[in-house]
Design a protein around this ligand. Structure first.
Ligand SMILES: Nc1nc2c(c(=O)[nH]1)N[C@H]1C(S)=C(S)[C@@H](COP(=O)(O)OP(=O)(O)OC[C@H]3O[C@@H](n4cnc5c(=O)[nH]c(N)nc54)[C@H](O)[C@@H]3O)O[C@H]1N2
Ligand SMILES: Nc1nc2c(c(=O)[nH]1)N[C@H]1C(S)=C(S)[C@@H](COP(=O)(O)OP(=O)(O)OC[C@H]3O[C@@H](n4cnc5c(=O)[nH]c(N)nc54)[C@H](O)[C@@H]3O)O[C@H]1N2
Ligand SMILES: [Mo]
Length: 762
């Protein structure tokens, strides 16, 4: 199998902290492998600095008073990945057919280096051949113009800048659809839907300064050490001031246990570690609603007692009365929930939940930080709503040091939504764009990621444009998707490196190479900057200075403009060329469409720490229909959406410490003690014994979704691991083949990648 890699796989527990010498060694492996030049090394130091570039890795906040080197191991890997001196040229494609390349591993495809030329697929030879940009745009226009706009999809991955995203969304609407799925559809859409319904804003309410003011942090389902390592500094500072950190995660993730700052020479020399979590609860996958219900139950009980004794209430009853709706029904549900059910569903003992409820009840300000462990479940939206319930009980939204803090994924995934990348009409100022550009914008809801997958499989989607990303690898049901993809009339991929999606051409296919954000982008008016929005709603300018990987590359705004001019009639109110010549003009257009958020956009572009776009819920103004923050009674205690049954496991598909989504940097997962392989199945020792398996045995997984479809992943090595019983862990994207398209979060349609029903096959 293409994914299998067994260069002496080695599995043994890792004893070190997150960060520390391990992260330095990990970099020492990557930098030479990417043949990084001295200039590129200099670029590393410009990461997340004023007038530097915004890191292309995660979306965590970038402080104004930055650390001496505001980058982390993962950021450095992402920078090295983009600045590699390795190249994938037309000569490479002359030597390899796509059929052959489909046998390569994801790692080897990208490791070959940056794409250098625009390419067209030649079905006669099954190869990509170099073409001119003009030729590419002309044919893309000729193919798209006759199609029904409803059958065309414009995907984007969350790395694309605000400028290119705004242009892309506008182009789609002018073309005639809102088929604008993005990586957020697979990620924090449960947040966007859940928080919007509960508190009237689709994003977290907190900022970095709240880390200085909280006295407890509740941390659910986010692997900070691997996926947002810069936050470890904030967490460590919190710990040093005695903030309690209560973590809920099925796995003992090292970054949540302890950390050594690789940028602090004293800590490194003395091997000093900071313990991060003060309580660590290994909740079952999909057990968070139950866990939070247990905490709420203690709070309500203690409140009853306090009120009866004339003491200060445990709940913030004044806040609840003034600011919330649905409290009565919620409390009724809390009282009705049975401890046996809570303990079974959460996998946690009542005493553990009591211990965390004590911390919650004592804290004056609580931050609730979370990631994919909550959002990627069938009840992902209810997970988010339950977290809000918990916060509302003690008024922990809209006060300093408190609030929901979703940790977003890609570096501009939140920002794309801010400037129009959405399939939902209600999230777009339709009247304003119609007036600004003189056209009638579509009102019909567009396709999201799940709906796009359905459409590709059933043939109703005819053309796909991908602005970054690796759609075909990131989505569920990858085998059926790969089988269906060649039936597309047109597949266009805008990318920096070759990935598996590019190996599945449509009837007509183009692979268009673009500049990365770290590279210098010179247009008619001179060198350009772009912008991104981080997880805390702060908007940052970003200026690339590294020499481009090839002189044939175009920037993302230039490529979008090229396609737009080819598919749209001329519009006197919109000069795409003028936008490409000077991105400040795009920012003026963005400001005109979104005057509240982007006031004085160009002037504020390089504000240290970014400029905050504001947040009504943070001011306790609730933009919900009831004008209050809404409690929700969850529909049940389990988030999995399927019943437990003999032999059926809950599979969590996970990221390693050595990947960025579908980009595989290497085959080690240092923190989890895995070396040289990704073909691992994490499993509880007692489950291994009960299933009659043994450590190191090679097994297959089959999906157990009850829909009669066969989905199978071969070649996984059984590894005993500290994981709750009945739960399994294995790596994404290799296990996406096991996920049915229809196994997604209700309402938000996020694929339910953290509890996939599977059976073990031998
Ligand atoms: N280096 C690096 N950085 C990244 C990425 C990357 O791949 N590599 N990806 C980026 C992107 S796009 C995103 S969205 C984020 C992803 O970052 P995370 O949100 O951390 O996503 P995952 O790595 O998928 O891991 C989720 C965590 O949830 C836990 N978990 C699984 N199921 C449950 C559950 O039911 N309940 C609870 N409480 N926990 C659960 C897992 O054990 C794991 O620790 O990171 C971003 N940053
Ligand atoms: N089973 C399972 N599936 C998941 C997840 C999971 O946890 N489990 N997580 C989901 C999540 S949270 C996400 S966000 C998605 C990720 O889905 P995507 O965002 O679609 O995937 P990436 O792997 O981030 O995309 C990598 C590719 O982006 C291209 N690229 C990199 N930089 C640039 C650039 O600057 N410009 C352009 N144009 N292209 C660039 C490169 O060619 C690279 O190969 O996957 C989702 N799928
Ligand atoms: Mo993501």
């Amino acid at each position: 199998m293409a994914d299998q890699k067994s260069n002496e796989p080695h599995i043994a527990p890792f004893g070190g902290p997150a960060g520390g010498w391990g992260s330095v060694r990990s970099l020492a492996e990557i930098l030479p492998r990417e043949r990084i030049s001295p200039e590129a090394l200099r670029e590393l130091a410009r990461q997340n600095k004023p007038d530097g570039f915004a890191c292309v890795s995660c979306a965590w906040a970038k402080p104004a008073d930055h650390h001496p080197a505001e980058f982390c191991e993962e950021g450095a890997k992402a920078t090295a990945w983009e600045l590699t001196t390795l190249r994938t040229t037309p000569a490479f494609f002359a030597e390899h057919t796509l059929t052959e390349l489909r046998g390569w591993r994801d790692y080897d495809l990208e490791q070959h280096g940056r794409l250098t030329h625009p390419l067209r697929y030649d079905p006669a030879t099954d190869q990509y051949v170099a073409c001119s940009w003009g030729e590419a745009f002309t044919e893309i226009g000729a193919r798209l113009r006759p199609l029904d706009p409803k059958s065309v999809v414009f995907y984007s991955s969350g790395r694309t800048s605000l400028e290119a995203s705004y242009m892309y969304a506008l182009m789609a609407r002018m073309y005639g659809n809102q088929n604008l799925p993005d990586s957020s559809n697979m990620c924090h859409e449960s947040t966007s839907v859940g928080l919007k319904a509960a508190i009237g804003v689709p994003v977290g309410t907190t900022q970095l300064k709240d880390f200085e003011l909280c006295d407890a942090i509740f941390f659910f389902g986010q692997n900070v050490g691997s996926n947002a390592p810069r936050m470890l500094h904030d967490l460590r500072t919190c710990r040093k001031r005695g903030v309690e950190i209560v973590t809920f995660n099925p796995l003992k993730e090292r970054g949540l246990e302890r950390f050594t700052d690789p940028q602090n020479p004293l800590e490194m020399a003395t091997l000093k570690e900071t313990a991060i979590s003060t309580q660590y609860h290994q909740v079952r996958a999909g057990g968070d609603i139950a866990a939070m219900m247990g905490i709420a139950k203690f709070l309500v009980e203690w409140n009853d007692a306090a009120v009866a004794n004339g003491e200060t209430p445990v709940l913030d009853l004044d806040f609840i009365k003034a600011h919330t709706s649905g409290f009565g029904a919620f409390v009724h549900a809390v009282r009705a929930a049975a401890w046996d059910d809570i303990e079974r569903e959460s996998g946690l003992a009542r005493s553990e939940l009591e211990a965390s409820a004590r911390i919650y009840a004592k804290a004056k300000a609580v931050l609730a930080i979370y990631g994919m462990g909550l959002t990627q479940h069938v009840k992902g939206v209810e997970n988010v709503r339950m977290l809000v319930n918990l916060l509302l009980l003690r008024g922990n939204i809209g006060k300093p040091g408190a609030g929901p803090t979703p940790v977003r994924g890609h570096s501009n995934v939140q920002g794309q939504r801010t400037v129009g990348i959405t399939e939902k009409t209600e999230l777009v100022p339709v009247d304003r764009i119609e007036e600004q550009y003189g056209f009638t914008a579509p009102r019909e809801k567009g396709l999201d990621t799940v709906e796009t997958c359905r459409g590709v499989i059933d043939g109703s989607v005819k053309a796909f444009i991908g602005l970054g990303g690796n759609f075909l690898r990131a989505v569920p049901e990858t085998a059926a998707m790969e089988e269906a993809w060649p039936r597309l009339d047109l597949s266009v991929q805008i990318a920096t490196k070759l990935n598996r999606n590019h190996l599945f051409p449509g009837k007509v296919s183009y692979l268009l190479p673009c500049l990365g954000r770290i590279e210098e982008d010179v247009q008619a008016s001179g060198p350009q900057a772009v912008s991104v929005e981080d997880s805390t709603s702060c908007i940052h300018g970003s200026r690339g200075k590294a020499p481009p990987a090839s002189k044939h590359l175009l920037s993302e705004p230039a490529i979008v403009a090229g396609i737009a001019k080819a598919i749209l009639p001329k519009n006197p109110r919109l000069d795409w060329d003028a936008w490409v010549a000077d991105y400040a003009v795009i920012r003026d257009a963005i400001e005109q469409t979104y005057p509240e958020v982007f006031k004085d956009f160009n002037a504020r572009l390089f504000t240290p720490g970014g400029f905050w776009k504001g947040n009504k819920a943070a001011e306790r103004i609730w933009l919900t229909p009831s004008k209050k923050a809404e409690f929700l009674v969850p529909s049940g205690l389990s988030a999995t959406g399927f019943a437990d049954a003999g032999g059926r496991y809950r599979l969590m598909t996970l990221r390693s410490n050595d990947q960025f989504n579908t980009t595989i940097y290497g085959y080690h997962d240092r923190f989890r003690g895995v070396k040289g392989t990704r073909d691992v199945l994490f499993m509880h020792a007692a489950d291994i014994a009960d299933a009659g398996l043994r450590e190191g045995q090679i097994v297959a997984l089959e999906s157990d979704a009850g829909d009669g479809k066969r989905r199978r992943r071969e070649g996984l090595i059984v590894m005993p691991y500290d994981i709750p019983r009945g739960c399994l862990g294995a790596y994404y994207p290799e296990c996406n083949v096991l996920m049915p398209v229809e196994h997604h979060a209700e309402q938000s349609h996020v694929p339910a990648a953290k509890s996939v029903p599977v059976r073990i096959a031998v």
